[in-house]
Design a protein around this ligand. Sequence first.
Ligand SMILES: Cc1cc2nc3c(=O)[nH]c(=O)nc-3n(C[C@H](O)[C@H](O)[C@H](O)COP(=O)(O)OP(=O)(O)OC[C@H]3O[C@@H](n4cnc5c(N)ncnc54)[C@H](O)[C@@H]3O)c2cc1C
Length: 582
Amino acid sequence: MIRRLIWHRRDLRIRDNELYQTNEEVKKIYSIFIFNPQDYHPQSTGISNDDKSEQLYGVTNGPHFTSRLLHAVHSLKRNLQSMGGDLLVRTGNPVDIIPQITKELQIDEVVWSETPGYYEYVQSEKMKKKLLEEVQCNIYTTCSLTLAHPKDLPTDQIVWQTLARPKEKRKKKKSKATKQQLSNNNQAVETINYFGVTATTTNISPSRFVGMPQIMGDFRRVARNAVIRDLYNAPNPLHIGIIPEDMDIGAIPPLQSLTQPLLESTRPILGCLPKEIIEQLVKCATDNRPDYSSIDIEEQSHQHLQNFIHHHAATADRALCDVSDNNSSMLSMPLALGILSPQQVYHYIKQHQEKMASPDDINWLISHMEMRDFFIYDSLRNGPAAYQLVPMKQPVHKADDKREWLPLSQHQDGFIRWASGKTGLPMVDAGMRELITTGYTSNRVRQNMASVLTKDLKLDWRLGAEFFQLCLADHCVAANYGNWAYFAGVGGDSKSRHFRTVSQSNRYDPEGRYVRKWIKQLQDVKEVEAILRPWDFMADWGVPIVPPTTQITWNDKEKLERSGRISIFILHDEDVLSSQSS
Ligand SMILES: Cc1cc2nc3c(=O)[nH]c(=O)nc-3n(C[C@H](O)[C@H](O)[C@H](O)COP(=O)(O)OP(=O)(O)OC[C@H]3O[C@@H](n4cnc5c(N)ncnc54)[C@H](O)[C@@H]3O)c2cc1C
């Protein structure tokens, strides 16, 4: 009879969790979640303020993310209790704690799911070494965070290239063969036998992904060859181990204790962030904290997924600045914490598409899962390089690796205005206030924020990534750093787009409702044009951080010169909007 210990990381769910699958041997399963203080105390980010003298400090888990994480851990605990078990909770370094618990519970095998991020990869490697060499315990790892499982992706460079570019005639024949290779390539799995114990681990080391295409489209073409795994059954309650009475189950720490180190930090976060921003972040995360003790966030996420797919996915306009009215799935947080698996999203869509008149209308959600996979695998492939100023050895856009990135010391005021939502650019400032208050803002607004910091202020893009890591409730280090590098023009398949935020507002917030929702100073402004260009209408608006002309497309500039306005809308009162032309 095997006694298994599940080390929960970013897989905070009971349903569709491979680690709860048992066979005739595995009879008792115990579960643990560990709060590592290192994730809540300011740590060096590896970014220097200027000429390598002063390192900047940031945190791994920001207040909004931590609040959602706590909710998920409370739900996981209650779901295990409902099956007669419980969740062991500890605070400390997992590499020290897991071996202790393994001895206390006489565990035969420790299992966990890999998560993106190089720091997380190193932690996992240290855990393997410690358990094998010092505890003599079997190990099994998987990766339940991606839609395509690493074991189902090529290991051979030729296979990657052949499937990425199937049209290249010569290789066509090969592709058939390689599909066969796909199903049982052993390099994706590492097996180590060590004095009678075995480690069977999913290989997510950077070298495992050599040959993976840099271009997102190519990667997705390959990943579509991988068979999406079926959902795993719910755990059998009979196999859920009962924690011995004399063993301390451990208490889930309160939000306040996990955000205190940030508030008490003597070092300014990211070199210069005003204390008010930190205090506001912590206050908003605390005020918006859901009732952890009653709401089952796993069940809630399932209901949300079903409701969104049934009623909204086919008509959702994800390009808008304000997607809060079901114009986006809001699945990023449950996916980042592993409360939901991408397979659950995928299979639910497939099920639902069968009954739909136009099933393709919701395919976008599957393609977003693939996009997410690209950033996760790109992060695994890059390893520590993902956090360098120019991650890719040969970035796609040659020009961008020659770009000058200003260190913080040369533009502190700019960074503080950007992070405080005081750039004077309405949409970006609205986005920053939404982000600090809720931990979320739409993809459209994130892109515009990234563009202002990297293309207009020319600041080190990693400052933006670290600030988003501090603020986002759906923080995923791969998606965050990946998208920042992507829009900064230094990542794989990077885009060198300069977003013109005024024209973007005109297009993706045409009535100015998003800006009026988040910027009090503009909430009662009737003239939509004044919401787009307040500096031309309001004496007390102040001077934007960059010349406004840099934020307007030449097309809109022509319109402005011709008619004195960009927007076709005028607001008469709260709901009545008339267009200039009518
Ligand atoms: C600078 C920047 C930083 C970002 N940081 C994060 C982050 O830390 N965590 C995160 O989950 N997403 C991040 N994104 C991607 C994207 O903005 C969010 O996933 C999306 O806005 C979440 O809203 P949603 O769940 O309603 O998305 P939907 O549009 O409904 O998409 C569904 C799912 O697809 C995935 N997805 C969608 N767009 C992307 C994308 N561009 N990259 C990766 N996955 C995507 C997400 O898991 C999302 O939940 C970032 C984007 C930018 C431009």
